[in-house]
Design a protein around this ligand. Structure first.
Ligand SMILES: *Cc1c(COP(=O)(O)O)cnc(C)c1O
Ligand code: SF4
Length: 339
């Protein structure tokens, strides 16, 4: 039977240490969860296992179907080719403005700051992204920043990746200073899963970076299940807010993880308690290896309708899909049932 949560381990000395000690072997994961390796059902895949221990500590001990575990466990289903599931489902290659700089929508551009993530999410649409060609470091950031500086129509820069907060504070400071010199920028947005999967990342240096920014900062976090939000995550979010950041969250709708009205409703409430407003609920991108997470549109729209019928409007994320070539994310209209 399912027992209580894994007891929290001792807090490592720093987030870098915690990142370096992330679990990458299925046997380690099985041991941490108190499961025999066979019960875990891990497969060897090209996109390897990677998960910080603090995230594993939020999984239910002894439960191979835990919704947090499903997000990070490589399984055999990933190897099944499915028609329509592609390496680059969003046509990101076509959206390239400069090396590491993507623009799809008016007024905002996205910078691939790094290829590194603290966690490898199995459904990630960039799981096959050719990061080595795109890496934004060294001279390549230079070209992207020059392209940004030359285009006064861009008001918002989105730091993405990979996970931008896997960069150290010194590199973030250096990037922030260069962005601050681009006069037409109005906002800096940070798309990151780190405050959720490794809340220790929100350290004093990061908070100084946020506090000292001359541009308003918006953090779009990424949590998919209410069990991801524990006291440490709430503390990290409170600190980011106190430093002046606006906090939003995006969720990916995932079969077997959060395709449930009660789970999504609880997620919105937990986010609110952490000072975070739900922003998007993304229909899964058709990336190769992720087909087993797909939720049919009709069901997704019913879920969105059910959420709208039980939560205040500001706690209902917009159900969206990304369609290559569209001028914005496309909203999937919620279907409301009888009361
Ligand atoms: C999703 C995305 C954005 C952000 O879209 P918003 O609707 O502003 O959140 C911007 N640029 C790219 C390339 C994106 O994929
Ligand atoms: S943290 Fe974000 S970019 Fe990294 S693997 Fe997960 S979904 Fe993909």
């Amino acid at each position: 039977m399912i027992t209580a949560s894994v007891p929290p381990r001792q807090i490592p000395a720093s987030w870098q240490r915690e990142l370096a000690e992330a679990i990458t072997r299925p046997a380690e994961l099985a041991e941490a969860l108190g499961l025999p390796l066979e019960a875990l059902g891990a497969a060897t895949t090209t996109f390897p296992l990677r998960v910080p221990r603090s995230f594993v500590a939020r999984m239910r001990h002894g439960d191979p179907h835990d919704p947090l575990l499903r997000q990070i466990l490589p399984v055999a289903a990933e190897q099944h080719e499915q028609p329509g599931y592609l390496a680059d489902p969003l046509g990101e290659h076509a959206a390239q403005r400069a090396p590491a700089l993507l623009q799809k929508y008016r007024g905002r551009a996205l910078l691939i700051t790094t290829e590194t993530c603290a966690v490898h999410c199995r459904y990630c649409f960039r799981r096959e992204f050719p990061y080595t060609e795109q890496r934004g470091d060294g001279e390549r950031w230079g070209e992207a920043l020059a392209a940004l500086a030359a285009d006064t129509s861009i008001e918002e820069i989105i730091l993405s990746g990979g996970d931008p907060l896997s960069l150290g504070n010194a590199r973030l400071n250096a990037l922030g200073e260069r962005l601050a010199r681009i006069a037409h920028l109005r906002r800096v947005r940070v798309h990151t899963r780190l405050p959720v999967v490794l809340p220790a990342r929100v350290d004093a240096g990061l908070l100084r970076w946020v506090r000292s920014s001359s541009l308003p900062m918006v953090f779009v976090l990424h949590a998919n299940h209410p069990a991801e939000i524990d006291a440490q995550v709430r503390a990290a979010c409170a600190a980011l807010r106190a430093a002046g950041a606006t906090l939003l969250n995006q969720t990916v709708l995932l079969a077997g993880v959060n395709d449930d009205e009660t789970v999504l409703s609880l997620l919105s409430q937990r986010l609110f308690e952490a000072g975070v407003l739900p922003y998007y609920l993304h229909a899964l991108d058709a990336v190769r290896g992720a087909a087993h997470f797909a939720v049919p549109d009709q069901r997704a729209r019913r879920l969105a309708g059910a959420l709208a019928a039980r939560l205040p409007g500001y706690l209902v994320p917009r159900l969206v899909r990304e369609i290559p070539g569209a001028t914005a994310k496309t909203v999937l209209t919620p279907i409301s049932g009888p009361r």
